[in-house]
Design a protein. Structure first.
Length: 151
């Protein structure tokens, strides 16, 4: 059964906020957010997840991207995630303009770092949507973009 993960595109001073997590021996980066719970709206999920993970209050905007992540059939790790990316902004954004990191409150988050555009290409980003994120820095898409299946 597919799960829905809601993620925030948070840009401050031209940098995108990404969180580092790990699974087994792997470390990787992703947009902050998390799993949608029954009866919860996308906005409610994103606000809850950002408070839980980082203690950060946000204003949620519109959906800007959808991407599917389906684990390869041959692997033991069976997962199908529908990622819904929403534009968002940090409340009191000015206080974050010079910050490099936000403190992590969730043990699943190793750290939360503001990354400049060139850095994004060198990260193990999951799902691999660096091209989409870079395009969003130039301007949000006028409509929601379906990015296809990316693992």
């Amino acid at each position: 059964m597919p799960t829905i993960r809601v993620a925030a595109l948070l840009v401050v001073a031209g940098r995108i906020l990404l969180v580092e997590q790990s699974r087994e021996q792997e470390r990787y980066w992703l947009l902050p957010g998390g799993g949608l719970q029954f009866g919860e709206s996308l906005e409610e999920c994103l606000q809850r997840e950002l408070i839980e993970e980082l203690g950060a209050a946000i204003t949620v905007g519109r959906p800007i991207g959808i991407v599917e992540s389906i684990a390869p059939a041959a692997g033991e790790y069976r997962k199908h995630v529908l990622h819904v990316v929403l534009a968002a902004s940090l409340i009191d954004e000015d206080s974050y303009r010079t910050a490099d990191e936000l403190p992590a409150r969730d043990p699943a988050v190793i750290r939360a770092v503001f990354h400049a555009t060139p850095d994004i290409n060198h990260l193990d980003l999951r799902p691999p949507i660096a091209d989409f994120l870079q395009a969003c820095l130039k301007g949000l898409p006028p409509a929601i973009v379906y990015l296809g299946q990316r693992w």
